[in-house]
Design a binder for this molecule. Structure first.
Ligand code: FAD
Length: 116
């Protein structure tokens, strides 16, 4: 456990980064404009080159080459991102997340009311 006022390790950086990425997906439009789609693609491409865990970044770039990013709607991107996160989970031996629930986790809150 590293304190919040110390430099982040790979785990703390990862948790914060996934929070940012899934929250971007949660706030992405259902029907994005051409500009919004293009911005998201550019952002994710640059992100995959600048992510400051180099092993992580290399693998993520490889993933993006194999699994083309989907930016044509909120659900398309949210699901693509969930699958990308699951690929990392699998690599690290963590449980796979049910991608039909990505919006409950990151946008609406759980249907059982546990975020209310
Ligand atoms: P995290 O994996 O950080 O997840 C945070 C929360 O997201 C979870 O508690 C859960 O509620 C939710 N969640 C889990 N899976 C999904 C999903 N599929 N979709 C939506 N929500 C989900 N670490 C390494 O050691 N090696 C690597 O190569 C590596 N590559 C990474 C690549 C990227 C692009 C990023 C952002 C992080 C990477 N990490 C890597 C960090 C790693 O993924 C974890 O963030 C870190 O191990 C902390 O894990 P955690 O168990 O706290 O949960």
């Amino acid at each position: 456990q590293v304190a919040d006022d110390c430099p982040p390790d790979v785990e703390a950086l990862g948790r914060s980064t996934w929070t940012l990425l899934h929250t971007i997906a949660a706030n992405y439009p259902k029907s994005p404009s051409y500009r919004e789609q293009s911005d998201l693609k550019t952002f994710m491409g640059v992100f995959s080159r600048l992510y400051p865990c180099w092993v992580c970044a290399e693998d993520f770039q490889r993933y993006m080459e194999k699994e083309q990013i989907r930016v044509d709607s909120r659900n398309a991107f949210g699901t693509w991102l969930c699958e990308a996160h699951n690929a990392v989970n699998t690599k690290l031996g963590k449980p796979v997340f049910d991608c039909s629930k990505w919006e409950e986790r990151w946008r609406t809150g759980w249907k059982d009311g546990r975020c209310d």
